[in-house]
Design a protein around this ligand. Structure first.
Ligand code: PEP
Ligand code: MG
Length: 613
């Protein structure tokens, strides 16, 4: 980083004053004392209750100008040293050691903290007359201006790290000793920030329960690390820092993407009960596990409940939840944490470790589903008006065969001869499946020729997410080894309703006649063709929806870790023979949603549906 472009002290002062005013405005706005709800975007699921800790710069009360640059530089260097020591301590002595993919991100951050260019440009600004605080803020503003116009997602992502480090440096300048600060912090912390670097999640150890961000997207490093640590995060909460006060009670509902500031006693009780219910369910469920109760319906239909994952660190959850395996391993999530496109050996190591740690439990690897809402920082993609309908997933593999072929190569190497299950996301036509299959055959030949063990059984399946494929299903089923329905995207494309747009996402119900008829068609055709079919979209993780899916003929569901138990508890209480005729009737209905009717059925027939608030 450089401080280039500064002409004189006046210009510097004007900019620093403007920057300080921007910062002051955060704390100068009279704080609301009333209950306030902010809806954002879910970056990491889960529920948390706690007290607000505001993560904001401390430049507001510092002098802007200073007459003794040498003294300011000494202060800056001492603060930087304090910050380096604190970051090193945090990364190496944290109670919960970060998982490998998380560590990569954090180490990049640590290196950045020691970046001489950054500190040198702050010192240059001090030489021109600013106080250390104002200089840090000035360089941050300058970098922000330069970086927000950059198209490269990786470089833009670094801005969060720079913001985070600047805030950290400012707090060291204010001589807030970390120990002192933490001692005054609440026991259950909800961090409220504009943006955060991933390291901030480790600052508070187990006391950090949830995060509220004014900005932030699903692919931000902080979101990736939070998901891996199981910390709920709601992003894009407009004006959260303006409305929140330090110490406020806060509820973070990462499932619904809602944040409640200063919630009413009623809401606190409601959410506390929901957290308790979750804990109780886990307890009951663990007992169920101990009794080794299988997932079989009352009328003898066996259902395999598997888990969705994307990080190695999630594998212990497969074992803890009693999931039968991983029904969807989203390979792109680990790619998003890497700093550059991984070599085949790096990928193979990951896939091999996933298989090693799962033991004899199966895993279905999905090939890269990048593009859309999941850009890879180091993978250049064209700008698109409509990324969800754009160059993504298997389409990239069709146009850049090396992407798909190297991934197949890595699966084969990582498997070390063990059976493989691979599935292709966003297939829209049979020709795409055939081409991918040809690539796989090429990679099998290549491995054989190089003396690398090739699994006897490699199944290549398809994610059914694009409606066009429904009209080629019969043809597809002649060759596809299995089908997994990606309901998240299938609903989005079926109803032409953006899954990233909250009001559209909630507008159409998966339990609507149209969606259920589509799901029935898929299940019936797969059964007739003798091809295994499962559902791995979010829909399968909600007990009421799972009840319907099982009745429609889906005997394999893959859901997130926290949902495994709720679904496994529903299955033994369901009699599919009782619901099927009623469901067939309901599907002919003209209603918007069948949810209420299905809930009443479950209630009347004592099907165990856990309902979170
Ligand atoms: C889906 O679309 O249902 C799915 C499981 O894939 P993703 O959510 O990763 O797009
Ligand atoms: Mg999808």
């Amino acid at each position: 980083m450089t401080s280039g472009g500064l002409k004189n002290r006046n210009e510097l002062t004007t900019r620093a004053v403007a920057a300080r005013e921007a910062s002051v405005s955060v704390s100068a706005v009279p704080h609301n004392t009333e209950e306030h709800k902010i809806s954002g975007v879910s970056l990491s699921r889960g529920l948390a209750l706690g007290h607000a800790v505001l993560y904001a710069p401390h430049v507001a009360d510092a002098d802007i100008l200073a007459d003794d640059p040498a003294a300011q530089i000494r202060r800056l260097r001492a603060a930087a040293e304090g910050m380096h020591v604190a970051i090193d301590r945090m990364l190496h002595h944290n109670a919960t050691p970060p998982a490998a993919e998380t560590r990569d991100i954090l180490e990049a951050y640590q290196m950045f903290a020691r970046d001489r260019g950054w500190l040198a440009s702050i010192e240059q600004a001090i030489q021109r007359g600013l106080s250390a605080e104002a200089a840090v803020h000035h360089i941050l503003e300058e970098t922000r201006t330069r970086m927000t116009v950059v198209k490269d997602v990786y470089i833009r992502e670094r801005l969060h790290d720079i913001e985070d480090l600047s805030h950290r440096l400012l707090s060291h300048l204010k001589q807030h000793s970390e120990g002192g600060e933490q001692a005054a912090l609440p026991e259950e912390i909800i961090l409220v920030a504009q943006t955060l670097g991933p390291a901030a999640l480790l600052d508070y150890g187990d006391r950090l329960k949830g995060v509220v961000l004014e900005k932030g997207g699903y692919s931000n490093h902080v979101a990736i690390v939070a998901r891996s640590l199981g910390i709920p995060v709601v992003g894009q909460c407009e004006d959260a820092l303006r409305f929140a006060r330090s110490g406020d009670h806060i509820i973070v509902d990462g499932d619904r993407a809602d944040v409640y500031l200063r919630p009413s006693q009623y809401e606190i009780e409601l959410y506390t009960r929901s957290l308790e219910a979750r804990a109780h369910r886990t307890h009951m469920y663990r007992n169920l596990q101990q009794q080794n109760q299988p997932s079989v319906t009352k009328d003898g239909v066996k259902v395999s409940v598997q888990m969705n994952a994307g990080f190695l660190s999630e594998i212990p959850s497969v074992l803890a939840t009693g999931a039968e395996g991983i029904g969807l391993f989203r390979t792109e999530l680990t790619f998003m944490g890497w700093k550059k496109y991984p070599l085949v050996v790096t990928q193979a190591e990951l896939y091999g470790k996933v298989m090693d740690r799962l033991g004899d439990k199966p895993v279905t690897f999905r090939t890269l589903d990048i593009g859309g809402d999941k850009p890879l920082p180091y993978f250049q993609a064209p700008f698109e008006e409509n990324p969800a309908l754009g160059w993504r997933a298997v389409r990239i593999g069709m146009d850049r065969p090396a992407v798909l072929r190297t991934q197949f190569r890595a699966f084969i190497r990582g498997s070390k001869g063990r059976d493989l299950r691979i599935m292709l996301p966003m297939v829209a036509e049979v020709a795409e499946y055939d081409r991918a299959r040809a690539f796989l055959e090429m990679e099998k030949d290549r491995a054989r020729n190089s003396g690398i063990p090739v699994p006897e059984k490699i199944e290549l399946g398809v994610m059914l997410e694009v409606p066009a494929l429904l009209w080629q299903l019969e043809t597809l089923l002649q060759t596809a080894d299995f089908v997994s329905v990606g309901t998240n995207d299938l609903i989005q494309y079926l109803f032409a309703a953006d899954r990233g747009n909250d009001s559209m996402r909630r507008r159409y119900d998966p339990l609507s006649p149209a969606m259920l008829r589509v799901l029935k068609t898929i299940a019936d055709q797969c059964r007739a063709a003798g091809v295994p079919v499962s559902v791995c979209g979010e829909m399968a993780g909600h007990p009421l929806e799972a009840m319907v899916l099982v009745v429609l003929g889906y005997q394999s569901l893959s859901v997130t870790a926290p949902q495994v138990e709720a679904v496994k508890m529903m299955i033994p209480t369901l009699d599919t023979g009782l619901l099927l005729p009623y469901l067939e009737q309901l599907m002919k209905s003209r209603e918007h949603s069948l949810r209420e009717r299905l809930l009443s059925f479950a209630h009347d027939h004592r099907v165990h549906i856990t309902q979170d608030i």
